[in-house]
Design a protein around this ligand. Structure first.
Ligand code: GDP
Ligand code: MG
Length: 294
């Protein structure tokens, strides 16, 4: 019997905000790891999502959407994209076909790198075949792709196919991470993200962009996991909004987040949330470092 060689490598998922990068990563992993919302700029960090089998290990990087930075938080977000391009074996360039926006930033970035790129046309469920084909031609004329594939990250259409294509570009080599490991980030990172997701889903306008969540303590006993987390906002007014009348909003955020966290940790969870005003954290090196933005 021929032994199949083991393959392992890094794949960076790149694209504009809201293209469906995080939804795609969750589909590729077959589980909800990273948070996804209808609001742009939900993802702020580079996050590894690791897909392992007996014969392969693909380390995907979910990244923040490509934007032109306006404040320090966004500068750090864009820095994490550059970083995830440096060590990649393959780039998945994700474009949402139901939207048209200037692609010059994506094209420029793609031209700068020699790493093979697969064009992933996402949200095929939302447009006609004609439009899909037109978009594929447009993009293929601008960038040198090794493959192009339409998918729906939402319903999973063609995602297995994309995985097969991806494997062709993964070099032979031993696994980088333990085969059981699903991410490079600790559990408390994902717990904070799940709370942040609920704020994005429940609160309006600019508030979520000014919000950061930090898990303060994480204590496991026989019965449950007790988690305390602080929601940092930039103004007193935002603090009032997050808490809501009779703490209505904060309770809702807590209840929704707890359900997700319980599923994620496969354990019963007691979640305690605090809200704190940390003025100007989005432009403060001190705060950003404390919140884990390198
Ligand atoms: P990201 O900013 O690129 O990470 O995008 P997200 O994964 O957070 O998704 C942004 C929004 O697009 C969410 O509301 C998703 O449900 C939606 N979305 C993602 N993939 C698809 C898709 O294939 N079809 C449709 N119709 N919506 C999608
Ligand atoms: Mg995302």
């Amino acid at each position: 019997m021929n032994k199949v060689p083991h393959r392992s490598g890094f794949v960076s998922i790149i694209g504009k905000p809201n293209a469906g990068k995080s939804t795609l990563l969750n589909q590729l992993l077959g589980r909800k790891l990273v948070i996804t919302t209808p609001t742009a700029q939900t993802t702020r960090h580079r996050i590894f999502g690791i897909d392992s089998s007996e014969n392969h290990q693909i380390v995907y990087s979910d990244t923040p959407g490509l934007i032109r930075p306006r404040y320090k938080l966004q500068e750090r977000m864009m820095g994490s994209i550059s970083q995830s391009l440096e060590d990649a074996d393959l780039i998945l360039l994700v474009i949402a076909v139901d939207e048209s926006y200037p692609e010059d930033q994506i094209v420029k970035l793609a031209e700068k790198t020699e790493i093979p790129k697969i064009l992933v046309l996402n949200k095929m469920d939302a447009v006609s075949e004609e439009k899909l084909f037109k978009r594929m031609q447009e993009m293929a004329a601008k960038v040198d792709f090794v493959e192009a594939i339409p998918i729906s990250a939402l319903n999973g259409h063609n995602v297995e196919k994309l995985k097969e294509l991806t494997l062709n570009y993964i070099p032979e080599g031993p696994a980088y991470f333990d085969k059981e490991q699903v991410s490079d980030r600790p559990e408390r990172f994902f717990v904070a993200e799940m709370i942040r997701e609920k704020i994005f889903l429940l609160m309006r306008q600019e508030l979520p962009y000014s919000t950061e969540v930090v898990v303060e303590s994480f204590d496991e006993d026989e019965e449950q996991i007790r988690i305390e987390a602080t929601i940092h906002v930039t103004t007193k007014q935002h603090k009032g909004m997050v808490i809501g009348k009779g703490a209505k909003n904060l309770k809702k955020i807590g209840t929704m987040a707890r359900k997700d966290i319980e599923q994620f940790l496969a354990n019963s969870v007691y979640l305690n949330l605090y809200v704190k005003v940390s003025e100007g954290w989005k432009d403060s090196d001190f705060h950003l470092r404390g919140f884990g933005y390198q």
